[in-house]
Design a protein around this ligand. Structure first.
Ligand SMILES: *Cc1c(COP(=O)(O)O)cnc(C)c1O
Length: 433
């Protein structure tokens, strides 16, 4: 791979011509800077808007205008069953069978609803293992759940620190922590991709280890859904949740999704919070007195579905269907490898090899498109220069231990980023340093 790369515009253009997914870029609106496309490397934070989003959303607005309440049952895309239109696609994206997924609510809300079912601590088994430096919302969710059940979060939650001298959490440390906790362990919950470092965790390994000691394993897939090849069902994961506005391009704050393993989804005795949309659809409108969960992930649904958000998500998932996760992941590896190559070439050219260290263990894990670039000096200034030149990326202040001068996260997304984007990033980085 990288030995055959060249840091030139001709080479980047040739790569784009050979790329079977290159035409997908035209299906998105690319933000503009002084008459040119921005180098948009922020799909890990907010995915771009598919051109079809307006079409799908307008369709539902028109049906509402035309039909009022009858839009629920009108033949083609009736709202009563509208969520069925995304089921298959989202199941493919996360590697689940269709009955294991539901598209509903938002990420943190969904984590809480899943914790109701999968964190039911007892006096002896009440501990949770998660990563230190988790996304704040996930931490707040876990802490408040522990408190809600009468436990002190400092006692109940074990936050795994990265190995000494590293930004990353090792498999060995995770396995040891699970083993040490043993039958006190109720739950392991990690981000599938760490939002800051871009590290991808071995979800199968963690799930197996959790099950070994009688605990559940769940994952926050905010940075994994639409980015990695996931096989939640085959990995035997108990539950997962994600948002749809990052790699899934559903639009700001749009409806999220959950995975509940078939084993649990089909078990009517597993406690869950109930609402009418989780009731068996056959009897839902008969307004029965007794809740009968539909035996699928849908039974975690509480309220009727947000149709306009689902319409926006549908526009994007259609592109995932067309492109397929296999092809996206294979382009992602090549494109991110190329970006890494370009960055290293630029640093070499400038005689500044030590200016940037790449925290993300990209070459070791070979998956996920994000690179976290830690700057030894001048991080913020370089980031601001890049922004002024039309790069949209993401800035994180230095960590609490004060290492380096902050981190720029860049995510070349295979659906709409190009090899020319990666080349242009290199040129702008060269100007900025
Ligand atoms: C983006 C993100 C969130 C955001 O949560 P919302 O409930 O959608 O606001 C939560 N956790 C992680 C790990 C994230 O990356």
């Amino acid at each position: 791979m990288s030995s055959s790369f060249e840091n030139s515009i001709d080479f980047a253009q040739k790569k784009d011509q050979q790329d079977s997914l290159s035409s997908f870029r035209n299906k998105f609106f690319i933000p503009q800077h002084e008459g040119h496309d921005c180098v948009y490397f922020c799909g890990n934070s907010l995915g771009l808007q598919p051109k079809n989003t307006t079409v799908y959303v307008n369709e539902e607005l028109q049906d509402w205008a035309r039909l009022g309440v009858e839009g629920h049952f009108k033949p083609k895309t009736g709202w009563f069953k509208y969520h069925e239109l995304v089921r298959e696609s989202i199941a493919n994206v996360v590697g689940a069978s269709p009955l294991e997924v539901a598209v509903m609510n938002h990420l943190t809300v969904n984590l809480h609803l899943l914790l109701v079912s999968f964190y039911r601590p007892t006096k002896d088994r009440y501990k949770i293992i998660c990563e230190a430096g988790a996304f704040p919302s996930d931490r707040y969710a876990l802490q408040s759940q522990a408190r809600f059940h009468g436990f002190d979060p400092d006692d109940a939650i074990i936050e795994l620190e990265p190995s000494k001298g590293s930004e990353l959490i090792s498999n060995e440390d995770i396995l040891k922590a699970i083993d040490d906790c043993g039958d006190e362990l109720a739950l392991v919950m990690f981000g599938g991709v760490h939002y800051f470092t871009g590290q991808v965790l071995n979800m199968k390994l963690i799930t197996d280890a959790a099950h070994e000691v009688g605990a559940y394993a769940g994952f926050d897939l905010a940075h994994a859904a639409g980015n990695l090849k996931l096989e939640l069902h085959n990995w035997n994961v108990d539950f997962a949740a994600w948002c749809s506005y990052k790699y899934l391009n559903g639009g700001p704050g749009t409806v999220g999704g959950i995975f509940v393993n078939e084993r649990h989804a089909k078990n009517p005795h597993l406690p869950r919070f109930a609402g009418w949309w989780g009731n068996d659809p056959e009897t839902r409108f008969k307004m029965p007195h007794q809740f009968t969960p539909v035996l699928s992930a849908d039974s975690w649904q509480l309220s009727n579905a947000p149709i306009l958000e689902l319409a926006a998500l549908r526009a994007s998932l259609e592109l995932f269907d067309e492109a397929t996760m296999d092809k996206l992941v294979s382009k992602s590896l090549e494109l991110t490898s190329y970006l890494l190559f370009v960055i290293r070439e630029v640093l070499k050219e400038k005689g500044k090899e030590n200016l940037i260290s790449v925290i993300t263990p990209f070459e070791k894990q070979q998956q996920g498109c994000q690179l976290s670039l830690q700057f030894a000096t001048d991080g913020k200034q370089i980031f601001d220069d890049l922004t002024r030149a039309g790069v949209i990326a993401d800035w994180r202040e230095p960590d609490q231990e004060g290492r380096g001068s902050g981190v720029i996260r860049v995510a070349p997304v295979p659906l709409y980023n190009s090899y020319v984007d990666a080349y242009r990033f290199g040129q702008l980085l060269k100007d900025a340093i």
